[in-house]
Design a protein around this ligand. Sequence first.
Ligand code: SAH
Ligand code: SF4
Ligand code: F3S
Length: 448
Amino acid sequence: MPHTDTPQTYRVKSFGCQMNVYDGERMAELLAEQGLTAAADGDAADLVVLNTCHIREKAVEKVYSDIGRIVKDATEEGGSAPLIAVAGCVAQAEGEEIMARAPAVKMVVGPQAYHRLPDMLKAATSGARVTDTDMPADAKFAALPKRRRAGPTAFLTVQEGCDKFCTYCVVPYTRGAEISRPHADLIEEAHRLIEAGAREITLLGQNVNAWTGENAKGQTIGLDGLIRELAAIPDLRRIRYTTSHPNDMTEGLIAAHGEVEKLMPFLHLPVQSGSNRILRAMNRSHDADSYLRILERVRAARPDIALSGDFIVGFPGETEADFADTLSLVDAVGYAQCFSFKYSPRPGTPAATMDDQISAEVMDDRLKRLQDALNRHQLAFNQASLGRACDVLVERHGRHEGQWLGKSPWLQSVHFMAENGVTPAIGDILRVELVQAGPNSLAGRILG
Ligand code: SAH
Ligand code: SF4
Ligand code: F3S
């Protein structure tokens, strides 16, 4: 077996959802614990981890072209190719195929197996090629190093996997069954993140509001209970959670939006379509009305809540009338922001082989009309915030000299300058008046 030099530097590139970002951070921590250091921006790394996403089309092609480019960049000037590891949801779904097709890849590691990276790395440096796509999700977290670094905003995965099996979606296959991480582990991780500087924690899960656990008193609690406990930690200032499923939106969680001050007034609740016929074909187990009723209750609990969602256009069989239902739902809700996608047939999912696949032209047209409507609502929401004074958590420097960027409670990007004798610092929470609104961000003025 050929022997490869032990890598000294690493780079983790994460694609896809926030849970992948979280996984990427944890892989980086694991590698750092093995003595590797993060490659500086622009420098070649000895080990490159591609932390991939499989949710929409061209995911696999993108991985192959990334691998090609990494090898080419590294070898062009006579250097040697780095060790390449493919992680994430494409690794889970296409691991064997990748091993067969891409000789440059030495490690394939699924989203529930990356705690074994150190052992895999040892094997790979002695010339082996290793694949691990095992699925027992709970073993992973216990094997990961403790959190030591955090920016002002941090992610904390509390729940993984999905049992919902929407007919278009790969997640139940790439992430496995729904599991909730134990309560005590989460409280401990939250404390560590806060000690490391986090002021805001976003609780993550593919179905985060399905989280359930047993608290220190032995009571079974839901996500609302966890949020209430975290809110009692003085140095934690803000709590968010994503992504939720309408079916798991409990009374307790809705009530928490009215009662827990640190829980930010923002809810991402994907609906996918406004047509009941399409929602049934998607196996969504809610309809347009039941979804709107949930939002009404959330708004009753927290009148200023900013709403967000996900939409898919061009699901098989979607007619112009179905699409019109989606547009009506959008107008009925008045979203603050949204994600919208063209339906993409995923291998192995039921929808991929349904009749009446929609043409690319129709999808393009519907996506454009939907996005026009969503952009209109987003701008209206931002304009309606003008004149409001709110707290902004300072996250980083802006593009312009002396400019800072942060988020409003409603998850809007706000930029502002040092003013009124206040020089912002990352992690500060400042009182800001919103004075200018664009479609994607607002300008703020620091109040004394
Ligand atoms: N668990 C979350 C979302 C996970 S995936 C939920 O159910 O809401 C994020 C988003 O990607 C989905 O909400 C959906 O809008 C989109 N998506 C998933 N599969 C897709 C596909 N095959 N084609 C297009 N968009 C898709
Ligand atoms: Fe995918 Fe549906 Fe599960 Fe969301 S709820 S991850 S869309 S299967
Ligand atoms: Fe993508 Fe996997 Fe997340 S498919 S969206 S990285 S769960």
